[in-house]
Design a protein around this ligand. Structure first.
Ligand SMILES: Nc1nc2c(ncn2[C@@H]2O[C@H](COP(=O)(O)OP(=O)(O)O)[C@@H](O)[C@H]2O)c(=O)[nH]1
Ligand SMILES: [Mg+2]
Length: 297
């Protein structure tokens, strides 16, 4: 049954793709997961940034631009407030809905719950799955600028960090790990007065880094009007073409494998059960924690 469903999904049948994703989310899809071949030739673009920065608007514009090139695009949103999901304001929902009937675009949002240390274990599996379904590229949108969001998007081949030129927000991009983790910095809402000052500051801080990375780009956009989208696309395509060497791909897949292994290993362990076991052990006498944990490893 899985084989047929998977084959339909591979043929690009949107309903079968959606069904497979639900099965993966509900952890009842081992039969599908085992069929997935880890492909290296389909680029994944991770887009992250604070809520309201314009990630969805940018993604929407990018989709529009890629489908004009006859590309098929899948977008995965790990953002409960995303216009792709239920909680969206009406205007945004109408804007995003224009893709729902388009055969070139597949949209899915994932709840961020059930994640291990913030990372969505199924996001990894679903991304690998989507790579098998005939898309030319996959976009993952996650909300936030924390380490765990960075971890999710860093599973992509290209990491886009979306920032906005708000006053006093210089520190928002200085957070540890964020400067190194992003390939492309987008200063969205560049129609705002502080934009050029902010961009200057951002470029300065990038150059001042000890491990200054020549390939990092800064792109100014006004997502709501489409300004700068082509420039962003060029930067993304450039990163894509430079990210497909065996070394980088092996590193990315190793990261995913590590996350999946941690998830599988921790699956059956929960703190409440541990507490009960520990209480029993304490009642019986001494507790050697190192000895005690061995039975869980
Ligand atoms: N002024 C201005 N508004 C924008 C721009 N891009 C997005 N917005 C608006 O900012 C709001 C949040 O955008 P959204 O894409 O939902 O942000 P997300 O939370 O990062 O996905 C929406 O009302 C957009 O219309 C921009 O470049 N300039
Ligand atoms: Mg969004």
């Amino acid at each position: 049954m899985f084989k047929e469903l998977f084959q339909d999904a591979k043929n690009g049948h949107h309903r079968s793709i959606a069904r497979c994703i639900s099965l993966i989310e509900n952890e009842s899809a081992d039969g599908i997961l085992e069929l997935i071949n880890e492909r290296m030739d389909i680029p994944v673009i991770g887009i992250t940034g604070p809520p309201g920065a314009g990630k969805s608007t940018l993604a929407d514009q990018l989709i529009g631009s890629y489908i004009k090139d006859d590309k098929k695009v899948a977008i995965l949103c790990i953002d409960p407030s995303s216009p792709y999901s239920q909680g969206a304001v009406l205007g945004d929902r109408i804007r995003m809905n224009r893709w729902y009937d388009n055969q070139q675009v597949f949209i899915r949002s994932l709840a961020s719950r059930g994640s291990l240390g913030g990372l969505h274990p199924h996001a990894i599996e679903i991304t690998s799955f989507l790579k098998e379904c005939g898309f030319d590229l996959i976009i993952i949108e996650t909300v936030g600028v924390g380490q765990s969001e960075m971890e999710i998007v860093s599973l992509g081949d290209v990491v886009v960090l979306v920032l906005v030129p708000e006053a006093g927000d210089e520190i928002q991009f200085m957070k540890a790990g964020l400067m190194e983790g992003a390939d492309i910095f987008v200063v969205n809402k560049s129609d705002r007065p502080k934009a050029s000052q902010f961009t200057k500051q951002l470029k300065l801080s990038l150059h001042e880094k000890e491990d200054f990375n020549e390939s990092q780009h800064v792109v100014n956009t006004v997502a709501s009007s489409g300004e700068g989208i082509e420039e962003l696309k060029i930067a993304v395509n450039q990163q894509i073409s430079s990210s497909f060497d065996l070394d980088k791909q092996s590193r990315l897949i190793a990261k995913k494998a590590y996350q999946l292994i941690s998830h599988k290993k921790m699956e059956k362990i929960n703190e409440m059960d541990l507490k009960e076991d520990i209480m029993l052990a304490l009642k019986e006498g001494e507790l050697h924690l190192h000895q005690f944990i061995k039975k869980y490893i």
